[in-house]
Design a protein around this ligand. Structure first.
Ligand code: SAM
Length: 286
């Protein structure tokens, strides 16, 4: 067990969350801590330099973590912190480091080498989207990006199909319609929300069922988007899939001289369907 107390401790790496659109969301604390750093590590130096220059911040040293060299670069940063006693911060292009963005390897390397890690809070697309979605926010699964290949994406959706938690996905604009179609066909016709261009001038929330959203005009879906889907609800999907099947199973049971109660019990157990639903269907049998 290890307990890291972060405040005023050294060595320490600060992660900095940056705006996901609206620049007013760059916090005073984030700006101060970046200004005080000896080294600012980032994803893309061009993006970070541009953002920092808007706020008049000239970093002493700006280093890219480079996605495909994150391990090597992280080790260099660990050396800068431990051997050269440099104050290092890591900022993402947009939103939180390590959330569908580089940073996780750097954090692990720091922790493994006795460096504390703290975060300067700020915007995060999934939290903005979820909090305004109206869907159950008490339990949710953040999936991040689904696979770019459709067959793999379908398999991933099948794996999480019966989770009773609100599902949150990030998606690239050019794949959004295909992904909505995949969600509709694999997860079923659930309530969905698309949160588009959060914190920006074109911010929009699109509410509807998967079937409705699958028919949306693709040309109106521009910019960055988060997809939120209602969790699996036992009964809803089953009833949609096979109400007739349940009824015919019940009839079979009755033919075999089972009591109504036993038939409901049997069908509910074998088909894994809520007993109340099966009971209702039993009462509707002609
Ligand atoms: N690290 C970021 C965070 O904390 O939210 C996420 C970065 S990830 C590379 C980019 C994805 O986040 C986009 O494809 C989109 O799904 C989502 N995203 C980022 N900014 C957004 C915005 N302003 N509106 C809606 N979605 C956004």
């Amino acid at each position: 067990m290890r307990r890291n107390k972060n405040f005023n401790s050294q060595p320490l790496l600060y992660l900095i969350s940056t705006p996901i659109g609206n620049l007013e969301e760059f916090s005073p604390r984030a700006k101060r801590i970046i200004s005080e750093a000896d080294v600012v590590a980032c994803e893309d130096t061009r993006v970070s330099r541009k953002l920092l220059s808007i706020f008049g911040i000239k970093p002493q040293q700006l280093i890219s973590l480079e996605k495909h060299k994150e391990l090597t670069k992280s080790n260099q940063l660990v050396d800068l912190i431990l051997k050269e006693k440099k104050k290092v911060v890591y900022m993402s292009d947009a939103g939180y480091p390590a959330i569908s963005d580089p940073g996780q390897i750097l954090v692990k390397q720091c922790l493994d080498n006795g460096i504390n890690v703290s975060v300067v809070s700020g915007p995060c697309a999934l939290i903005n989207a979820l909090s305004c979605s109206g869907l159950d926010s008490s339990h949710f699964l953040f999936y991040g990006f689904l696979n770019a290949k459709e067959s793999a994406r379908i398999k991933q959706l099948q794996e999480i199909k019966t989770l009773p938690y609100t599902l949150i996905f990030y998606e690239a604009p050019h794949r959004i319609v295909q992904t909505i179609n995949n969600i509709n066909s694999v997860l079923g016709n659930r309530e969905m929300v698309i949160a588009r261009e959060l914190t920006k001038i074109n911010e929009e929330f699109i509410f509807g069922t998967a079937q409705e959203l699958a028919t949306i005009d693709e040309t109106t879906l521009k910019g960055e988007m988060v997809i939120i889907v209602d969790g699996f609800k036992q009964g809803r999907e089953k009833i949609q899939i096979d109400e007739e099947g349940i009824a015919s199973q019940l009839k079979e049971c009755l033919k075999k001289k089972m009591s109504k109660k036993d038939a409901v019990e049997f069908v509910s157990k074998t088909l894994n369907i809520n007993k109340k639903i099966v009971y209702k269907l039993m009462n509707n049998l002609d």
